[in-house]
Design a protein around this ligand. Sequence first.
Ligand SMILES: [Zn+2]
Length: 248
Amino acid sequence: MLDIRRLYYEQVDSLRTYFIDKELSSPLHMAICGADNRLSPLDLKNRVFCPLDLVEPDQQKIDEWKSKTLHGKHVNYLWQPFIDLHLSNKWLCVGDLFSETEGFVCAIQDGVVPTRNYRKHILKERVEDDLCRKCGSVPESLDHIISSFSVMAPREYLNRHNAICKESHQNFAFKHGLISKTCPIYQYKPTTVLENTNFRMYWDRQVYTDRPITHNKPNNLLVDRSNDSAYLIDVAIPHNGNIEQKYA
Ligand SMILES: [Zn+2]
């Protein structure tokens, strides 16, 4: 759903089509069509009225959204060539979040969360200063809280990172028959080495290579013996502006 106005006018349009088609075979519908001179939103007497003309084209709405300095920030990040637009929005279609949570995530993506920075510069409230309530050294913005707050790095950020690693570990292990059942991610304790006839999987373990490689400890490593191949899975949760660099 792009906007509720479109839903509304689509309903008007389909009801109009219904009445106007019916008119040929039903005196009642014909009478209604003749009488509805701006009496209902269908405006049936008016034969040139096309409700969908009142809805801006989707592209125009997307362009307007992208042009907004604050609300357009996230959507502009999403539209970069190296971002998978479909996968990045998939969480909205899965439907496993409470509606409050989903709404809250959308508010964060829109940048409309009352951080001090937001209250001072967007809401123009009289706050003494806009410095972070926790560290007091930089402006309290969403970016700061989500990904650049050094105090949260060792625990909150690391836990967040590990939760994703566990998620992928459990999914791969289950998919390849290395574990027989799954559990919620907060209960999942990955085993360092899992093995069956075809696959071997490591959790957070150094990989010995022919030539020395500094970063030799991928979060997950899945070895597919039947195909003589391996998947190195490393998880990063960079700030939106850092994705390309982190990926490289
Ligand atoms: Zn801070």
